[in-house]
Design a protein around this ligand. Structure first.
Ligand SMILES: Nc1ncnc2c1ncn2[C@@H]1O[C@H](COP(=O)(O)OP(=O)(O)O)[C@@H](O)[C@H]1O
Ligand SMILES: [Mg+2]
Length: 267
């Protein structure tokens, strides 16, 4: 089998019930992704972008925000581990990146450690009350700025500061509910290892989110291919096929992943 082999999925608790009508889509602006999602991500969904290091999670997430900003949807990047100044610098090598969208506030970068500091959340482990404060702060920021697309890079780094699985469950559940109510479509980056056998560090996050996009590296005759698969997307029929992705200066390109190659293994 190619790609990580996650454990059998837990029954997914439905948060808002099955959609009765066709949902409005958040057009990602990444053409290949919109094609396999039937037009985009149902607006207000919370989607896990899961993959090991270097599989393209940050690049995909940033393109999603940039394409949104281009269409007049204000976008927010919440950075936990990488300083956003450095991220912007790296981004400038991509042709699709437009500094004017940052300058005019269409694409906003916020470093979460700065938020922690402002809120006085300095202890390594966040209590339930502190998590509540953090959640409200993010919600208020999204509301005040009219943010329509949000990326948290990464949820994994944030979860390192949360002690129990129950607190993670509560945080992700409430985050999803708040963002859905506002109509803000969110990508939560999840750092996993190829052998981990699941989509999130603690395993609880993946059952709550609305969607999971899985990225991994596959080796083929000495080359490394980046592969993408939609594992789940509530409110949307979607392809489960695997796609090879290329992170090019003009953006992410996708082609069907041709299987049956014996020289290929997951890496
Ligand atoms: N500014 C850039 N220009 C060209 N290629 C880049 C740039 N940034 C990242 N990449 C390529 O994308 C790959 C994936 O990077 P990234 O999206 O940061 O992965 P992840 O977030 O999953 O660790 C890198 O290994 C690199 O090959
Ligand atoms: Mg990254």
């Amino acid at each position: 089998m190619e790609g990580p082999a996650p454990a059998a999925a837990e029954p997914v608790p439905e948060r808002r019930g099955e959609p009765a009508t066709v949902l409005e889509r958040c057009v990602t602006g990444i053409e290949g992704l919109d094609n396999i999602l039937g037009g985009g991500i149902p607006r207000g969904n919370t989607v896990l972008i899961a993959g090991s290091v270097g599989t393209g999670k940050t690049t995909l997430s940033l393109e999603f925000l940039l394409r949104g900003a281009e269409r007049g949807e204000r976008s927010l990047f919440l950075s936990v581990t990488e300083a956003s100044g450095k991220l912007v610098q790296n981004l400038s090598t991509f042709e699709f990146f437009r500094t004017d969208l940052v300058a005019d506030g269409s694409l906003v970068f916020v470093d979460l450690p700065v938020v922690y500091e402002k809120l006085g959340l300095e202890r390594e482990e966040l209590s339930s009350d502190e998590l509540d404060i953090l959640l409200r702060t993010i919600r208020d920021m999204v509301r005040a700025l009219g943010v329509k697309r949000l990326v948290l890079d990464s949820l994994t780094s944030l979860c390192y500061r949360i002690r129990t699985d129950e607190q993670i469950r509560e945080f992700v559940l409430r985050f999803g509910e708040e963002m859905s109510a506002i109509g803000c479509t969110s990508l939560l980056v999840s750092e996993i290892t190829p052998t981990q056998g699941r989509y999130s560090t603690r395993g609880v996050e993946e059952a709550i989110v609305d969607g999971i996009v899985l990225l991994w590296n596959a080796r083929r005759r000495g080359d490394i291919l980046r592969v993408l698969q939609i594992v789940k997307m509530r409110g949307s029929a979607h392809s489960h096929a695997q796609y090879v992705i290329e992170l090019t200066p003009i953006g992410l390109l996708m082609t069907p992943h041709l299987k049956g190659n014996r020289n290929e293994e997951e890496g």
